[in-house]
Design a protein around this ligand. Structure first.
Ligand code: ZN
Length: 482
């Protein structure tokens, strides 16, 4: 077992309050030096500061095997465009900085390593910087599709990520540093999948077989949520079993799982999960032009990644709400129309899946809290899918310039699907904190629906709604701080 520690902490090693005294430590955004994100990795004083402050971090936590000191969590546009950095890609800039902290670690402990994060704008392999001896590649393909394995050519989205992983591995292997490569995965990420975790038995198996075949050393699964899960997600069990042996068959694993969870009706529970996995497939199988997190690459060397558009921050999100994986409602035609057709295929599967549950619950030995909680999680996964379909319908109708009445009906239907998610939270979540965090993510969902309503509204109709959302976000934020 290895212990890994850290996160997006790299820029904190260059304290922002140094900006007034030494602005050249910080990045050049194309117009001026700014302390907003990261720093200038070509500045020798910045590299020296990184080493000093990283050494303190390593000394404070001497027990870890792998330290993660990643750059700021951005899709792109957070690196430096100064004269010395201009010829360096985001990946090369990030690796320069990671090499500096790796040197500091080598002075303390030669056996530990520092992760170099290949993610969003650093996903492409570095070309001009050679990784230090104790740098471990850590590849995080967050905007990929979970409908298929990462190495599966059915998904054009995934092909791109598999190719980037291969290129990174080749770069690291060429200098003898591919042996401790990590992949950072999202099978348990309640933010990516929007509060719910779709069963991913088939994808998990395909992924782990691929990662194993290309020589990845370890695969990790990020666990985040906007609320406490009522039961451990099925993927946690599947991931653990498949990480041990990726050749096991998903159906066998699912049978073992349901045999323990529902000993009197294992087949019925297995059917319910299989149907849910099938229902999610078309929602996860998005196309390249439906990936909102991938900003278009810079057009030329004159336009470095630093000038790319950033998502709105602070309260501006009320006007320009952020989009993430699965927020493909703004995709162009014909992808948007195709996605709508695909999402509608889920309805029949969900209805059949829901019909299994009364038998599962009735067959339980006694009042079984675990199974009831499992049912509630299944329902949320179903409600989320229905919301995705209703929202897609609304945006596609707007794209088609459908008549006013039809649009109003679609807006109400999408709102009802979102309200059903809110109602689920009221019924199943315990504790004020869980409600606040669940409410924050639901408010982002609400902003997407508002965004569509705003497009058809007069300015004076928009502002009262926006002010209500600002008040709600502010209120939830304050409650969250308590
Ligand atoms: Zn620079």
């Amino acid at each position: 077992m290895t212990l890994e520690l850290g996160g997006h902490g790299l820029s904190a090693l260059i304290p922002r309050q140094l900006f007034a005294a030494d602005p050249d430590l910080f990045r050049f955004d194309g117009k001026q030096r700014t302390a907003d994100y990261n720093f200038c990795p070509s500045n020798p004083r910045a590299l020296q500061l990184l080493k000093i402050n990283a050494a303190r971090f390593f000394a404070a936590f001497p027990e870890a095997d792998v330290y993660h000191l990643w750059a700021d969590d951005l899709r792109g546009g957070g690196w430096c465009g100064c004269e010395r950095c201009a010829g360096l890609s985001a990946s090369d800039q990030a690796l320069l900085a990671t090499n500096a902290v790796a040197e500091a670690l080598a002075e303390q402990r030669r056996t530990a390593s520092v992760a170099y994060l290949a993610y969003h704008d650093t996903a492409a392999a570095p070309t001009s910087t050679v990784p230090h001896a104790n740098v471990a590649l850590c590849y995080a393909p967050r905007p990929r599709s979970y409908a298929y394995g990462i190495g599966d050519s059915y998904s054009a989205v995934n092909s791109q990520y598999a190719a980037e992983l291969a290129a990174n591995l080749a770069t690291f292997k060429a200098v003898g540093r591919g042996g401790n490569t990590r992949v950072f995965e999202y099978y348990l990420d309640g933010l990516l999948f929007k509060s719910t975790i779709p069963p991913l038995a088939t994808t998990l198996r395909a992924d782990l077989r691929h990662y194993c075949a290309v020589g990845v050393h370890s695969v990790q699964a990020l666990l985040t949520a906007d609320r406490p899960y009522l039961v451990a997600p099925l993927n946690a069990y599947l991931f653990a079993r498949l990480a041990w042996d990726p050749d096991q068959h998903p159906e066998t694993l699912l049978s073992t799982y349901t045999g323990v969870r529902a000993p009197r009706s294992p087949e019925v529970l297995r059917t319910a999960y299989t149907l849910l996995e099938q229902a999610w497939q078309p929602a996860l199988d998005f196309r390249v032009d439906e990936v909102p997190t991938r900003l278009p690459p810079a057009k030329s060397a004159d336009e470095p990644s630093t000038t790319r558009q950033q998502p709105a921050r602070g309260l501006k999100i009320v006007v320009d709400p952020p989009t993430d994986v699965l927020d493909y409602m703004m995709a162009p035609r014909p992808s948007s129309e195709f996605r709508l057709d695909q999402l509608h295929t889920a309805n029949a599967l969900l209805a059949t899946g829901a019909a299994q549950w009364p038998a599962i619950l009735a067959a339980a030995h006694t009042a079984n809290d675990h199974l009831s909680a499992e049912y509630a999680e299944w329902q949320l996964a179903s409600l989320r899918l229905r919301y995705l379909a209703a929202r897609q319908e609304l945006f596609v109708l707007a794209q088609r310039k459908a008549p006013k009445q039809q649009l109003a009906a679609a807006q109400s239907a999408a709102q009802a699907a979102l309200d059903a998610l809110d109602e689920w939270g009221r019924q199943h979540l315990l504790g004020a904190r869980a409600h606040v965090q669940y409410g924050l993510l639901r408010t982002l969902d609400q902003l997407h629906l508002d965004y569509n309503a705003d497009r058809r509204a007069w300015p004076w109709q928009r502002w009262p709604r926006r002010l209500r959302r600002v008040a709600r976000l502010g209120w939830l934020y304050l409650l969250n701080l308590r």
